[in-house]
Design a protein around this ligand. Sequence first.
Ligand SMILES: NC(=O)c1ccc[n+]([C@@H]2O[C@H](COP(=O)([O-])OP(=O)(O)OC[C@H]3O[C@@H](n4cnc5c(N)ncnc54)[C@H](OP(=O)(O)O)[C@@H]3O)[C@@H](O)[C@H]2O)c1
Ligand SMILES: C[C@@H]1O[C@H](OP(=O)(O)OP(=O)(O)OC[C@H]2O[C@@H](n3cnc4c(=O)[nH]c(N)nc43)[C@H](O)[C@@H]2O)[C@@H](O)[C@H](O)[C@@H]1O
Length: 311
Amino acid sequence: MPEKILITGGTGMVGKNILEHPKAQDYEILHPSSKELNLLSKEQVKEYLTKYHPDVIIHAAGLVGGIQANMANPVGFLVQNLDMARNLIGVAYELKIPKLLNIASSCMYPRRAANPLKESMILTGELEPTNEGYALAKIFGTRLCEYISKEDTQLSYKTLIPCNLYGKFDKFDPKNSHMLPAVIRKIDQAVQQQNNEVEIWGDGESRREFMYSEDLADFIFYAMPRFEKLPQNLNVGLGFDYSINEYYATIAKILGYKGGFKHDLSKPVGMKRKLIDNSALKNFGWQAKTSLEEGILKTYQYYKTLENDKL
Ligand SMILES: NC(=O)c1ccc[n+]([C@@H]2O[C@H](COP(=O)([O-])OP(=O)(O)OC[C@H]3O[C@@H](n4cnc5c(N)ncnc54)[C@H](OP(=O)(O)O)[C@@H]3O)[C@@H](O)[C@H]2O)c1
Ligand SMILES: C[C@@H]1O[C@H](OP(=O)(O)OP(=O)(O)OC[C@H]2O[C@@H](n3cnc4c(=O)[nH]c(N)nc43)[C@H](O)[C@@H]2O)[C@@H](O)[C@H](O)[C@@H]1O
């Protein structure tokens, strides 16, 4: 009898990459959209979990966006992500759902923590103001899983802490996209319109670690049969990063853009760096497979399939 998995966020980038992974067919997977199961409603969550009683929950839903979306809506990023975590993890605990995999983010580490960021550094310093609300919600869900797993050893509620992610099914609308998809769109437009100048937010010296989302899905299916051995909190990333300027240059090369760049120092830059320590991940026996060039090319090919109304 295949394990029954409930995936929240199944219509999002992480969720869709999980559903598309070849190993998904080894499981019975429920993936309601927010219209079928609004996680902001505790009653809907209770009704759904009581009815289906999954063996495992993978919590990949959330209000998610880049630095500009977070700065524009700190209340939403705090309250909605906190309420989704509170309802889903809290009701799962009430109903004794045996396993839950909570997806947090490297954004929840202290802004001045020494890089590479270790799982033990959570809550050891002040957070990055541009995404503090989101980070507080992520810390809440992470701690709630920890407390539940300690309180009831029959339950295994664990948290993955991914670095920045990109890939197929990403968001390309500049209002809420992360850097990598935003730059693919900007540079593609410059090529189409034969512009020879593209704007870079900030001085481009900030560094970021972007992992291809398909690799996170691959890790999740690697972890499923080893769930009990998963550490309580585990960074999932590459263990190396690039500067924003390097990302622009690589994307320009792959898209055939030959023009120049202009730095707009008035734009927000967020954390200087947020490189995760991947030693626990390597000890767990996994590492990411997709190179930056391959990931950008696949993401660009996906982007080109989108009609304007879907961007
Ligand atoms: N993207 C990154 O760079 C990154 C990095 C680290 C961690 N993460 C984490 O990975 C997870 C997924 O991120 P993502 O990039 O896949 O986000 P995404 O593409 O924006 O998808 C978000 C998903 O959450 C669902 N959702 C939103 N509000 C909901 C609600 N009230 N009830 C039920 N579902 C709701 C959405 O469903 P609808 O479409 O139906 O609204 C969508 O399926 C999040 O926990 C995020 O914090 C992301
Ligand atoms: C994973 C996500 O990380 C997010 O932080 P964060 O990496 O700064 O979010 P991003 O929006 O990916 O920005 C990453 C870096 O890219 C720079 N950047 C350069 N050009 C652009 C551009 O055109 N668009 C964008 N968006 N950035 C750009 C931006 O200044 C910042 O230093 C958090 O706000 C979220 O909560 C989430 O956790």
